[in-house]
Write a protein that binds this ligand. Structure first.
Ligand code: AMP
Length: 294
């Protein structure tokens, strides 16, 4: 096993043409194709998606592309952490078969005139504070779907709204791909893993644990019978404000299937938040299922 691992080599590809040839060859060998889209600066959250993708006869493609289209003009596109060498090593160790890391000119050789836009789902939560973000995400993911032609694609629930949007986009536009969500991977102290965590100062890093703590408290309160969505939101906001210097972007409780607002907590509920620590904006969420009212 050890020797096999050492002999086995992940392919690294930057050109769409070459990627398509390799995928065609893998298909001829009877392989199914799994896609794990990322922006790189990998951590265990990304690698968990690779674990989910593994299976007999599966050829795993990880894309690594910091997509300029999904960053606002004042956002951190140029400062987004990048380390291709480290990422390639981690991806290979995790079992990725092919790392697709095109540059911007390969993905966008001419000014983009065609976009994928999604209504409603993209107009709430992160869509409110990041206008145009989900249009950028949908456009690049749509392109990746066409380029890779994967059977299955894996997204983290860390970006729950993104997962829901992509799933709906695939349904609406008949992309022949199954969209699969995988659970949030956290640090030992509960902070959701994120490439952006490296930006946090030591003080903010410590304070940021309040995000998961407040979500856990919310789950506990719901378990104890709290059914008022507004009260849950209020409790989370108070806890974040009292226990940290984080600036709240939003804390919301919504229907987890369609992101509509809720007054009463029932069914599958998404508790989602975005909070700024200094210049770093962190998101986290929890999905709670309430089977019946108590
Ligand atoms: P990113 O590189 O941040 O665009 O993330 C690429 C994929 O990894 C997305 O589907 C994310 O939802 C997923 N991901 C990021 N962080 C985590 C995490 N902590 N746990 C699980 N999945 C994650």
């Amino acid at each position: 096993m050890q020797v096999e691992r050492m002999l086995w080599r992940m392919q690294k590809v930057t050109q769409i043409r070459e990627l398509r040839q390799i995928i065609r060859a893998q298909r001829r060998l009877g392989k199914s194709i799994a896609l794990v889209p990322t922006m790189g600066y990998l951590h265990r959250g990304h690698l968990s998606l690779v674990e989910h993708a593994k299976g007999d006869g599966v050829f795993i493609v990880m894309s690594l592309f910091v997509n300029p289209l999904q960053f606002g003009v004042k956002e951190d596109f140029s400062k987004y952490p990048r380390d291709l060498e480290r990422d390639a090593e981690m991806a290979e160790k995790a079992g990725v078969d092919l790392l697709f890391h095109p540059d911007v000119a390969e993905m966008y050789p001419q000014p983009v005139l065609s976009y994928i836009d999604i209504d409603e789902l993209a107009g709430v939560l992160c869509g409110t504070s990041r206008p145009g973000h989900f249009r950028g995400v949908c456009t690049v993911v749509g392109k990746l779907f066409n380029i890779v032609q994967a059977d299955k694609v894996y997204f983290g629930q860390k970006d729950y709204q993104q997962y829901l949007i992509i799933k709906r986009m695939a349904e609406d536009l008949n992309f022949a791909v199954e969209v699969i969500a995988a659970p949030i991977i956290r640090e030992d102290d509960g902070l959701a893993m994120s490439s952006r965590n490296v930006y946090l100062s030591p003080v903010h890093r410590k304070e940021a644990v309040v995000l998961n703590r407040s979500l856990e408290k919310a789950e506990l309160d719901i378990g104890n019978g709290q059914r008022n969505a507004r009260m849950i939101g209020k409790m989370i906001k108070e806890q974040i404000t009292q226990e940290s210097s984080g600036q709240i972007d939003y804390v919301e409780v919504r229907n987890a299937e369609d992101l509509t607002e809720l007054e009463e907590i029932k069914g599958k509920v998404l508790i989602a938040l975005a909070v700024r620590f200094g210049t770093t904006r962190l998101i986290d969420n929890k999905v709670v299922e309430v089977k019946e009212n108590v």
